[in-house]
Design a protein around this ligand. Structure first.
Ligand SMILES: CC(C)Oc1ccc(CN(CCC(N)=O)C(=O)c2cnn(Cc3ccccc3)c2-c2ccc3sccc3c2)cc1
Length: 249
C-alpha cells in the first residue's frame, strides 16, 4: 500500500495560461435562494451577489481573459415585487460609483447587450456613462446582458437582414454564419468558450443561443453569492481538462 506524500495531496492544479477560455459567459443565479437559506430578504442576496461580480471581474483581469459576459438570470425577472426591482435598478449606479475607477485603472471596457432602453433613466445614465468612459480601453471586455433575450436578438437580426436585402444592400450568396453573426448584438465578441451557470440549474434560459453552439458548459451547485475566485479557477481547470482530454482541433 503506497502513501501519497503530503505535498502531493495538497498540490493545487495550476491554471495553464496557454489554454485559457478567451470569453466566459456566466448565468449568475441563486441570489434569492442564498438569502432565503439565511432567513434574509432577497435584496440581501443581490447585495452579496454584487461582491461576487467584483471578485470574478478582478480574477478575469488577473488571468488576462478577453471577455466576460454576465447575465443575471431569475425566472421572475420583471415579476419581482416592486421594492426588489427598485433596489436592483439602483445597483448599477452604486456598482459603477464604487468600481468604475478600478475598471478604468485595469483598462476594462464595459459594454452591454440587450434591451437597454427598458431601464429607468438614472440606471441608463450610469450605464451609458461607464460605457463611454471605458470605450477606448483595450483590456477585459466586461459585457452585461441587460433585459437580454437570445430569440429576440436572432429575430431582430433576421428582420434587419430582410430590410438590407429589400434595399439591395445584401447579397444572399454572401450570407454565411460569419455575416449572420455580425447582425447580432455580440458582433464584436468571439463566441463564449465556456458558459458557467450557478445554483444547480441546468438550463440555458434563452441566453446566447447562436453564440454557444460550440461552448463548454460548467454547472455548479454553488449559489452566486457563494461563487468566488477559487470557484472560477475550478471552472477554468475543468474546461482545460476537457480541452486536454478531448484535444482535437
Ligand atoms: C453596466 C452594469 C453595471 O449595469 C447594469 C447591469 C445589469 C443590469 C441588468 N439587470 C437589472 C435589470 C434586468 N433585470 O435586466 C440585471 O441583469 C439584474 C437583475 N438582477 N440583478 C441583481 C444581481 C446582482 C448580482 C448578481 C446577479 C444579479 C441584476 C444586476 C446584474 C448585474 C449588475 S452589475 C451592477 C448591477 C447589476 C444588477 C442593469 C444595469
Amino acid at each position: 500500500m503506497f502513501t501519497r506524500s503530503k505535498e502531493k495531496q495538497s498540490v493545487q492544479k495550476e491554471i495553464d495560461p496557454s489554454n485559457l477560455p478567451e470569453h466566459i459567459a456566466i448565468i449568475m443565479d441563486g441570489n434569492g435562494r442564498w438569502a432565503k437559506k439565511r432567513g434574509l430578504p432577497r435584496i440581501a442576496g443581490h447585495r452579496e451577489g454584487m461582491k461576487t461580480i467584483q471578485k470574478v471581474v478582478e480574477r478575469a483581469v488577473e488571468l488576462n481573459l478577453k471577455a466576460l459576459t454576465l447575465y443575471a438570470f431569475s425566472t421572475e425577472n420583471w415579476k419581482r415585487p416592486m421594492n426588489e426591482v427598485e433596489f436592483i435598478m439602483k445597483l448599477p449606479s452604486q456598482f459603477l460609483d464604487t468600481y468604475l475607477p478600478d475598471l478604468v485603472k485595469n483598462n476594462v471596457k464595459v459594454t452591454t447587450i440587450g434591451d437597454f432602453d427598458a431601464l429607468p433613466k438614472y440606471t441608463k445614465e450610469a450605464v451609458s456613462y461607464s460605457v463611454k468612459k471605458t470605450e477606448n480601453n483595450t483590456g477585459l471586455i466586461l459585457n452585461f446582458a441587460i433585459n437580454y433575450g437570445s430569440r429576440k436578438e436572432i429575430l431582430d437580426a433576421v428582420k434587419q437582414i430582410c430590410l438590407d436585402y429589400q434595399e439591395g444592400q445584401m447579397d444572399l450568396d454572401n450570407l454565411d454564419e460569419k455575416a449572420f453573426s455580425n447582425y447580432l448584438t455580440t458582433h464584436s465578441l468571439s463566441d463564449p468558450d465556456l458558459v458557467i451557470r450557478t445554483s444547480g440549474e441546468q438550463r440555458i434560459s434563452n441566453y446566447l443561443l447562436w453564440q454557444i453552439a460550440y461552448s463548454e458548459f460548467y454547472f455548479t451547485e454553488k449559489l452566486w453569492p457563494d461563487f468566488n475566485q477559487k470557484a472560477l479557477d475550478e471552472a477554468i481547470l475543468a474546461y482545460q481538462d476537457r480541452k486536454r482530454r478531448f484535444g482535437g482541433l
